[in-house]
Design a protein around this ligand. Structure first.
Ligand code: PEP
Ligand code: MN
Length: 339
């Protein structure tokens, strides 16, 4: 339900409406506009009469949100959500590039990669320290030691850190190090983890589950938003289809579809969605042309020897070339890269 207050309604009236929302065991999500406040009331509210809220002082009108996802919907928040990361915005006209290795492998590897991607135009550094590997015998990540190396890389380059969190128990420790939590495809419906991320105020790069529909993706993101963490970036990272020529199939459609359905920024991961460095740049270009608000891409100094996802990792040189091309594509669709 969206409770739209009259322009200039005083704070006491807004507070009284919020108190009434909470009396019904619904969660309130006020958006304070320059002239007008809108209060989102979400939860199991099918039994609540909208007339009851319409009768409260200062209320202009009450609208039900027709979609099953509420806080993520354009109906609740018409304008694109824009939020600030270190040194750039996400969701505005500028398109940030997040780059780095699949896994942090060593101190020198992450520092040298950070310097190389920064030089080529990256705005944030990615790197996994807890890896969701298909096999329990494969490299599982360096853990907290890897985070310490990433912090050194941030100090040297100024790039904020995007790191995957795999478990609720890792959140507290990781919060001290990371700028953005990555929620991995395999955890998209780990509702306990989603709820716990909703309690933090660290931005989340939220990856689509490999077999999740767009609506399931939005419903899952709602768990984070409902906890009060509004800084969620949605990431298309390819889905499972019958096609075997590529690791996954990039759902390019998802970009304009999501832009219509939600106000949240939409990021494309051309690395996991293709699984092959030969296709990464082409699909990244398609993503920017389709309206993506950012690109996250895997870069490795020596892809054949990477401990994970080497086949899909770009060399720093290939990454630099991709960034140059993305610049031109961004301009063609009236946008620009951050750098
Ligand atoms: C990754 O970013 O390295 C990763 C494991 O991504 P995904 O969750 O999309 O598979
Ligand atoms: Mn990877």
């Amino acid at each position: 339900m969206m409770i739209i207050m009259r322009p200039g309604a005083p704070r006491e009236q807004i507070d009284a409406v919020i108190a009434e929302v909470e009396k019904h065991k619904l969660t309130s999500h006020p958006i304070f506009g320059v002239e007008q406040t809108i209060i989102g009331a979400v939860g199991d509210g099918h039994y609540v009469l909208k007339e009851e809220f319409e009768a409260l002082p200062g209320v202009l009108e009450v609208q039900r949100i027709s979609k099953p996802y509420k806080l993520a919907s354009r109906q609740f928040h018409e304008q694109d959500s824009v939020f600030k990361l270190d040194g750039f915005n996400v969701g505005g006209n500028e398109i940030p590039i997040i780059a780095g290795p699949c896994s942090v492998e060593s101190r020198t590897q992450i520092i040298e990669t950070a310097i190389a991607v920064k030089e080529a135009g990256a705005n944030a550094l990615r790197g996994g320290v807890f890896k969701p590997r298909t096999s329990p015998y494969a490299f599982q990540g360096l853990g907290e030691e890897g985070l310490e190396y990433m912090v050194e890389a941030r100090e040297k380059t100024g790039l904020p850190l995007v790191v995957e969190v795999m478990a609720v128990s890792q959140i507290k420790m990781m919060e001290k190090y990371v700028d953005v939590f990555q929620l991995g495809a395999r955890n998209m419906q780990n509702f306990n983890l989603l709820r716990a991320l909703g309690e933090t105020r660290t931005p989340v790069l939220f990856k689509r589950g490999m077999s999740a529909t767009i609506e399931e993706m939005l419903m899952a993101s709602e768990y984070i938003l409902n906890g009060g963490n509004t800084q969620v970036m949605l990431c298309e990272r390819g889905i499972r289809t019958f096609e075997t020529a590529t690791r996954n199939t990039t759902d390019i459609n998802a970009i304009p579809v999501l832009k219509k359905m939600t106000h949240l920024p939409v990021i494309l991961d051309p690395s996991h969605s293709t699984g092959d460095s030969d296709y990464v740049s082409a699909v990244a270009r398609a993503g920017v042309a389709a309206g993506a608000d950012g690109i996250i891409v895997e870069v490795h100094l020596d892809p054949p020897h990477a401990v994970s996802d080497g086949k899909q990792s770009l060399t720093p040189e290939a990454f630099a070339k991709m960034v140059r091309q993305l610049k031109a594509i961004a301009e063609a669709v009236d946008r620009k890269l951050v750098n």
